[in-house]
Design a protein around this ligand. Structure first.
Ligand SMILES: [Zn+2]
Length: 252
């Protein structure tokens, strides 16, 4: 059912993810409980998949292709794709703690995904990505698109970087995934909207963006990711209105 131009209308989407190399960003993905309507983000041939390796490869390809094609629609200069951390299973898909990936001095832990600004690469820990088996494989696409967005933002004029950079990444993830659907790189099928919602909800914080809270170590932290509703709103805004809607201070 390849609804080619289906909107990522996420009735509630919360988007994803985890940090820009800040381990504290890892909202414990307490997923389960989100019913798994089988997820079906598919490739152009319409074949549904539920295999992490296939979805991961497809997500990387679609998001990279979309940004490569559309970078100059929005920004000057040459498109620069992020690198991917070395890993045995697939580039970028590391299995901690067996595989040690460092971002500077930081050993990237299990259960999270990162854009490492120092090395200009992305890293996705397998245990996080396997949450897709609980919430649907749309999860894989949202995580990849979110981390990719952090990399894109790292190349922007600082005036275009939002203070709420995690929500900006969610917004750009929505823009890229909807853009990939519009370009025929990905196909949406029934159930996908629910899966996007579940995926985003699974990794959202209980705190609204900017909330100061005390973490498990008794340290004050400021919420950078935002609540499920905030992340859903951001993702939807990008999906509906595109990249420009994700940029602060843009003209027009
Ligand atoms: Zn992030």
């Amino acid at each position: 059912m390849a609804t080619r131009a289906g909107r990522l209308s996420i009735a509630l989407l919360t988007a994803v993810l985890l940090g820009a190399a800040t381990p504290a960003a890892a909202d414990p993905p307490g997923a389960a409980g989100y019913a798994a309507i089988p997820l079906q983000v598919t490739g152009p041939d319409g074949a549904a998949t539920d295999d992490l390796d296939t979805d991961y490869a497809m997500a990387l390809d679609a998001v990279d292709t979309w940004w490569r094609t559309h970078w100059n629609d929005h920004f000057p200069g040459r498109y620069t794709a992020p690198g991917l951390a070395p890993a045995a299973r697939a580039p970028g898909l590391y299995d901690a703690p067996a595989e040690q990936v460092y971002c500077g001095d930081l050993l990237l832990p299990e259960g999270n995904a990162y854009h490492c600004p120092i090395g200009g690469f992305l890293a996705f820990e397998v245990d996080l990505m396997l949450l897709s088996q609980q919430v649907g494989d749309a999860f894989v696409y949202v995580v990849v698109a979110h981390e990719w967005a952090h990399s894109m933002v790292s190349h922007l004029d600082p005036a275009l970087v939002s203070e709420a950079y995690e929500l900006q990444a969610d917004c750009l993830a929505g823009a890229a995934l909807q853009g990939a659907v519009d370009d025929g790189l990905l196909t949406l099928e029934s159930g996908d909207a629910e899966e996007f919602t579940a995926s985003l909800t699974a990794v959202a914080s209980e705190n609204e963006w900017g909330t100061v809270y005390v973490d498990a170590n008794g340290q004050p932290q400021t919420e950078t990711h935002g609540s499920a509703q905030e992340r859903i709103d951001a993702f939807e805004r990008g999906g509906t209105d595109g990249v420009r809607a994700c940029l602060p201070n843009s003209v027009g």
